[in-house]
Design a protein around this ligand. Structure first.
Ligand code: SF4
Ligand code: SF4
Length: 435
């Protein structure tokens, strides 16, 4: 694609990067076929190619974002299916990241939207605040239907619907400290405890720690780590995201320098995509660029790390699993086979739902901010998953677990919970007593 940025514009490294991304796009439109919003809405401006044109026009003309740009960029899930499809290697992820920062800096959203976004950014990345909010949601749930019919309160009604009915007590897995290997030691990793996941499903990190220590891996929960910054990053709140990234980089570099780390293990693929991008996010910060790149190189999804441990083959068990590959897993991190191979090796029968490339509509805060498109995608995803006739669903991202669980009666677990069970752990309570 031809571009017309001035030398003055290109002296801004963010603009220079976006220009080089834009120049790679050859307008072929292959990406439209796999874009969930284009497939759902049928509007070119809700396709990757349409958004690329909108971003080019906005940046090239040095214009503040307007309502049209904001509408179509807000509808983008950042699922990155377009990047998997694109034959020209267009780095849509960093282009849309730049567009979102530009929107945040130049566009004044309506008051209601600003309040909702400020509330999400203030609550979700902080487990204690999130837990309190979920407790309050239990009281508000009877009013969810009414709120969803009131334009000013609709988003809060959607949040009440998504809030889990039962809340697990705080888990020891989130407490800082070292969990010693239970077998001959063969590795040492740090684990990201995360923000929303330990509140919504503490069982995931509990299963991860049990499994790793049983396999001979020492697990460190470093003091001071927190939210990876993905939630605010996707809202264009770059400074807030960079504060989170720098804090985690400091914590993990300290842990690596003190005791050595083979990996930073992540059990939410949405977080993994962002942490693997820390090196890029902090590339212009001389104090952090090198350390952040080191952290990104150490970051591993739990299934990537387990695949490196050469686990023993287990006897077949009579349980069929529909594997839902989160967008951040398959498109963001390009991890496509490891989770399924691990499950098969552990004795499960694995089925792939149709249209596996399409997002379930969770996408961070998307299911709160774009509830209609999100609900359409969820219904499509659940229909495809249920058509597999599997006993249970496995996936590697808490956002997908929360989203899909509100659309089906099928039990849904994190892949690592099934692996923990297969390698000596208890049967997960979510699938007791059957299958
Ligand atoms: S990230 Fe997903 S929703 Fe956004 S343009 Fe690409 S394919 Fe479409
Ligand atoms: S597939 Fe790639 S090159 Fe083709 S229009 Fe989409 S982003 Fe541009």
């Amino acid at each position: 694609m031809q571009t017309n940025f001035t030398p003055a514009q290109l002296s801004d490294p963010h603009v220079a990067e976006s220009e080089s991304i834009l120049r790679k796009c050859v307008h072929c439109g292959f990406c439209t076929a796999t874009c969930p919003t284009y497939v759902t809405l049928g509007n070119e401006l809700d396709s990757p190619r349409g958004r690329i044109y909108l971003i080019k026009d906005m940046l090239e003309n040095g214009r503040p974002a307007d309502e049209e740009v904001v509408t179509h960029i807000d509808r983008c899930l950042s699922c990155l299916a377009c990047m998997t499809t694109c034959p020209s290697g267009v780095d849509y992820m960093h282009l849309v990241d730049h567009a979102r920062i530009h929107i945040e800096n130049t566009y004044k959203r309506p008051l209601k939207d600003r309040l909702v976004r400020a509330a999400l950014a203030a609550v979700l990345p902080h487990p204690q605040r999130f837990r309190l909010a979920l407790r309050a949601a239990r009281l508000g749930r009877p009013f969810a239907g009414l709120m969803k019919r009131m334009p000013l309160l609709k988003t809060f009604g959607v949040m009440l619907d998504l809030a889990p009915r039962l809340l697990a007590p705080p888990s020891n897995a989130a407490q800082p400290g070292t969990r010693a290997a239970d077998a001959e030691k063969r590795g040492r990793v740090a684990i990201l405890t995360g923000c929303a996941q330990p509140v919504l499903r503490p069982e995931i990190n509990e299963a991860t720690i049990r499994l790793l220590t049983r396999l001979g891996v020492e697990v460190v929960v470093p003091e001071g780590e927190g939210c990876c910054g993905a939630l605010v990053h996707h809202m264009g709140r770059e400074e807030q995201a960079l504060v989170a990234a720098r804090r985690n980089v400091d914590v993990w570099i300290k842990a690596a320098d003190e005791g050595g780390l083979d990996a930073i293990v992540i059990t939410a693929s949405g977080c993994g995509t962002t942490i693997k991008d820390y090196g890029h996010m902090l590339r212009l910060d001389p104090a952090y660029a090198e350390k952040a790149a080191r952290v990104s190189a150490l970051a591993k999804d739990i299934t990537e790390y387990l695949a490196s441990l050469d686990l023993s083959r287990q006897e077949a068990r009579n349980v069929t699993v529909a594997y839902h590959s989160a967008c951040s897993m398959q498109h963001g991190q390009k991890i496509t086979t490891a989770p399924k191979l691990l499950l098969k090796n552990a004795g499960f029968t694995v089925r792939d739902p149709a249209e596996g490339h399409l997002c379930c509509g969770s996408a961070g805060t998307y299911n709160i901010l774009q509830p209609e498109i999100s609900a359409t995608l969820k219904a499509r995803k659940v229909k495809n998953i249920e058509a597999t006739k599997a006993d249970i669903i496995a996936t590697g991202n808490i956002g997908c677990i929360t989203q899909i669980a509100t659309g089906t009666q099928m039990p849904i677990l994190h892949t690592v919970e099934l692996l923990d069970w297969a390698y000596g752990g208890e049967r997960p309570t979510a699938i007791s007593p059957s299958p």
